[in-house]
Design a protein around this ligand. Structure first.
Ligand SMILES: [Zn+2]
Length: 431
């Protein structure tokens, strides 16, 4: 379908100008800007009743906000919507891990893939077109359970490839490995995964665990993305060793660290020196406010810590920082719908960011920054690239963040997408 979409606002480029996009065969052929609105053939309608028959038309976006397809750089598709079978009475990270591990033995292929698909399609409906998903990889369970998440994630990646880019990052176990663990890890690394994840700070021997992760990642030339120091204890500082290893292995720019709750708990001077080391290692950072608000500070009374890392200090130090969903409706975080705009709003609350410039920064934290962190150079609205964007029914940044409008139109795979359309075409593929 060829079309022009004119008079849209793209605040991550310039909040004042109007932009026109020319799309041919699903590719961005031109991006122009102007100060005044221009005339179009038809007003864009979110109802979508005439998308299919219309070709070569110029649609009027009428000043509505457009973003490139959003990148959720940290999700757990395999765990999502498992809350009904894996509860978390204490609300702690520890019980969440134990409860999920126990429940995982009862899962089937179909059940896991259905839950993953449900969350991925919900994310797509909200405008997310790239997902990096961490996947449980527990070698102390039955062999089929160990591999189920990775197998299903790789199958879903194929199935949804026309609509969403999914990157699969299995989490390497945090306990010391025996021969059987190694056999399973080595087999998994040949299955076509996109990178290596893990949570070494929960290991009894975190430094050895980090060594293992680097050894496997280097052997297979895979990027690393780690749950890091998800703790309120200011003495938890595995990020320093990860930084050291990154420099030593010449892996700068290939390592992303997530959470960094303890960075917020330590004193300012110490935190500043940690941030300097992170910069040296060229880390990307992902803050995950929803799960941290839910899981952290569980031992506090009165003033309860929120577990949110030092977002503004990291921004001031020019460390690339994105924000992401983490868990959706599971024992780690019981709410959520895979809506990154909602997560950007939550980041605004937790990082004290609400000014006009802050709102633009928050939008960058769900689009351009995570896109760069997951290794996508061109995305969404770049000239000559695959057109991939989301149009919101809001005309100002204030309205966008206050209303989180549910009315959105997502463009990808060469046409306007609605989840019903995606489901139909998936069914036809399967038939
Ligand atoms: Zn996570």
């Amino acid at each position: 379908m060829n079309m022009k979409l004119i008079n849209v606002k793209i605040p991550i480029l310039d909040a004042e100008l109007y932009y026109d996009l020319t799309i041919k065969a699903g590719q961005v052929m031109a991006v122009n800007s102007h100060e005044q609105k221009q005339k179009a053939d038809r007003m864009f309608s979110f109802l979508g009743e005439d998308y299919e028959e219309a070709d070569d038309l110029t649609w009027d976006g009428d000043g509505r906000i457009l973003l490139p397809g959003m990148t959720d750089a940290h999700m757990h598709l395999d765990k999502s919507h498992s809350l009904l079978v894996a509860e978390n009475k204490s609300g702690t990270l520890l019980e969440a891990i134990q409860s999920y591990t126990q429940a995982s033995e009862t899962f089937t292929d179909e059940n896991v893939k259905d839950r993953m698909r449900k969350t991925a399609l919900s994310a797509l409906a909200h405008g997310t077109t790239t997902i990096r998903t961490h996947i449980d990889f527990n070698t102390k369970v039955r062999e089929e359970t160990t591999f189920r998440g990775v197998r299903m994630a790789l199958e879903l990646k194929q199935e949804l490839a026309p609509f969403i880019d999914i990157q699969v990052f299995p989490m390497l176990p945090y306990y010391p490995y025996d021969d059987d663990d190694r056999k399973r890890i080595e087999k998994m690394l040949t299955m076509g995964v996109d990178g290596v994840g893990g949570a070494p700070h929960i290991s009894e021997k975190p430094l050895e665990c980090i060594d293992e992760i680097f050894t496997y990642a280097l052997q297979h030339n895979l990027p690393i993305d780690l749950h890091t120091d998800e703790s309120d204890d200011p003495n938890v500082e595995t990020v320093l060793y990860i930084a050291e290893k990154t420099v030593e292995a010449d892996y700068q720019g290939k390592v992303v660290v997530d959470h960094l709750c303890s960075l917020a708990a330590m004193d300012h001077e110490k935190a500043a020196s940690v941030i300097a080391k992170m910069k040296e290692a060229k880390f990307g950072v992902i803050t995950l406010p929803a799960a941290n608000l839910y899981l952290q500070g569980r031992d506090d009374r009165g003033v309860v810590r929120r577990g949110i890392t030092r977002v503004c200090e990291l921004l001031a130090a020019d460390v690339p920082i994105a924000t992401a969903s983490d868990n959706v409706c599971d024992p780690f975080h019981p709410f959520g719908r895979g809506d990154l705009l909602q997560i950007a709003q939550l980041t605004g609350y937790t990082a004290h960011m609400g000014g006009k410039d802050d709102l633009v920064t928050l939008l960058q934290m769900i689009t351009t920054v995570p896109s760069q962190l997951v290794g996508q150079k061109h995305k969404g609205i770049e000239l000559g690239q695959k057109a991939d964007f989301v149009l919101f029914d809001a005309t100002t940044l204030e309205e966008l963040f206050a209303e989180l409008p549910q009315t959105r139109a997502v463009y990808g795979a060469g046409r306007w997408l609605q989840v019903t359309h995606v489901k139909k075409s998936l069914e036809s593929v399967r038939r």
